[in-house]
Design a protein around this ligand. Structure first.
Ligand code: ATP
Ligand code: MG
Length: 428
């Protein structure tokens, strides 16, 4: 019977068949020790000359790293083997004997590994990261459904930019079109139909800067909610992030261990998070010797410092209106500021969410569109939302890869997506 390694406990001391790949191989002459994986788990497969027929033995001698095969034999628990289980192989069927595998045990440079990303993703570390990515996606969907959000989809090809900068332009049958940077504006339309909505898909930004936090193509979860103000918006973000952390710690123990992730800081991630205003953040940075003045936006370096200043995620709220997007609602207490928040993950990771309450008044929005010199005709449909049953509403966008990098404790965002697109990399 062909089984998956994740179910091995049910088949101890029985003869079963496994299909997968050899990722490590060592021989002591008459015995071969093969580390074998099938995508759901690992096992040490032992082929002993005295226990197999001649044909199987000859085939075993040909096995190489990453050869694909089917092995049949009795499986049992073995504390001393790396995975805790072993199979004494009786029969071996080979799908393909792999050519000399380019990725070896010695450490390779990042460029080499990135050039071989299609192979690198097989490594134990990359498997762990990708499984945590899956866990985060799944937990987000679960949280959203439990909290009455409807999953909906927004277009990738758009005639109007959402964030204005770092756009990818393309030709749409002779017309200019842009790849979506966020589905937010469309989601705002959908709240009038569905109340609370979210989308979750790839977005594109022609980021010219080379940083450890920026991808060109990344996955964003945008949420938008009717009748939710700035404070409630932050409360929902805080609950969502706490939920994700809890699920990853609970369901991906083994993967976090493979990544040697220190769990202590993650265990602190519980509501309430820290809240400071933009002005307080500026003061804090100045105190730490950073050269910055009111009205400057925070870059990666500033975010690292701010994020390392607290044990928990920190909200930075109420930025100066001039450095934020046109659709953000001015603070009624002081129109110089907007009712927005950036959520910074701790341990130096920096921004994982950007959110705000949106302008719901037609005149204010028309003024802003003028002030930001946006083409008014293109935004008529968006202005309609303020003409027909406008309500107070808020939303936020969570970057999947930034979140995964933080939860996994990674140095760089490039490992959080199977095939990263970076300023200098479109391949493989
Ligand atoms: P930053 O200032 O770091 O460039 P941003 O202010 O441009 O971020 P938003 O427009 O608010 O980010 O996007 C929402 C979220 O999307 C961010 O909080 C972040 O998690 C994620 N994000 C933004 N740009 C990128 C990128 N280039 N690569 C990966 N994730 C990103
Ligand atoms: Mg940006």
């Amino acid at each position: 019977m062909v089984i998956l390694l994740k179910n091995i406990k049910k088949y101890l001391n029985k003869v079963v068949t496994l299909r997968g790949w050899i990722f490590n191989i060592r021989s002591s002459g008459s015995i071969y020790f093969c580390q074998f994986r099938d995508g759901t788990g690992e096992i040490q497969a032992i082929v002993s000359k005295k226990d197999v027929d001649e044909e199987t033995w000859q085939l075993t001698k040909k096995l190489t790293l990453e050869s694909s095969c089917e092995i049949t034999g009795k499986v049992y628990q073995e504390k001393r083997s790396p995975s805790g289980y072993e199979m004494l192989v009786k029969k071996l069927k080979v799908f393909q004997i792999a050519l000399k595998y380019p990725i070896g045990k010695k450490s390779h440079g990042v460029d080499f590994l990135m050039d071989h990303r299609h192979l690198w993703i097989r490594s134990r570390r990359q498997q762990a990261i990708l499984k945590i990515r899956d866990e985060v996606i799944f937990s987000i969907r679960e949280f959203m459904r439990k909290n009455d959000f409807v999953l909906t989809d927004t277009p990738i090809l758009t005639p109007t930019p959402c964030e204005q900068v770092e756009l990818f332009k393309t030709d749409y049958f002779g017309e200019k079109a842009y790849l979506s940077q966020s589905g937010q504006l469309y989601l705002e339309a959908l709240i009038y139909s569905l109340g609370r909505v979210y989308d979750f898909g790839p977005v594109f930004r022609a980021e010219k800067s080379k940083t450890r936090r920026h991808l060109i193509e990344f996955w964003m979860m945008d949420a938008e909610m009717a009748f939710v103000d700035h404070q409630e918006n932050m409360r929902i973000q805080e609950e969502l992030v706490s939920y994700l952390v809890e699920k990853v710690i609970k369901n991906r123990k083994k993967e976090l261990e493979i990544l040697k992730r220190n769990l202590e800081p993650l265990k602190n991630v519980k509501p309430p998070f820290v809240k400071i205003t933009y002005d307080q953040a500026i003061d804090l940075l100045k105190k730490k010797g950073v050269k910055i003045k009111w009205g400057d936006d925070f870059g990666g370096d500033e975010e690292t410092i701010l994020s390392k200043s607290f044990e928990k995620p920190v909200f930075i709220e109420k930025y100066p209106a001039g450095i934020k997007a046109f659709y953000m609602k001015p603070d009624p207490e002081n129109q110089k500021y907007v009712l927005n928040d950036d959520l910074l993950a701790p341990e130096g990771y920096g921004e994982i969410i950007g959110g705000s309450e949106r302008i719901d008044d037609l005149n204010t929005l028309e003024e802003k569109i003028k002030e930001f010199k946006l083409p008014k005709e293109e935004y008529q449909w968006y202005l309609d939302l303020r003409r027909y049953g406008s309500v107070p509403h808020s939303g936020f966008g969570l970057g999947l890869e930034r979140t995964v990098a933080w939860l996994c404790g990674l140095e760089h965002i490039r490992e959080t997506i199977p095939f990263p697109r970076l300023i200098n990399r479109l391949r493989p």
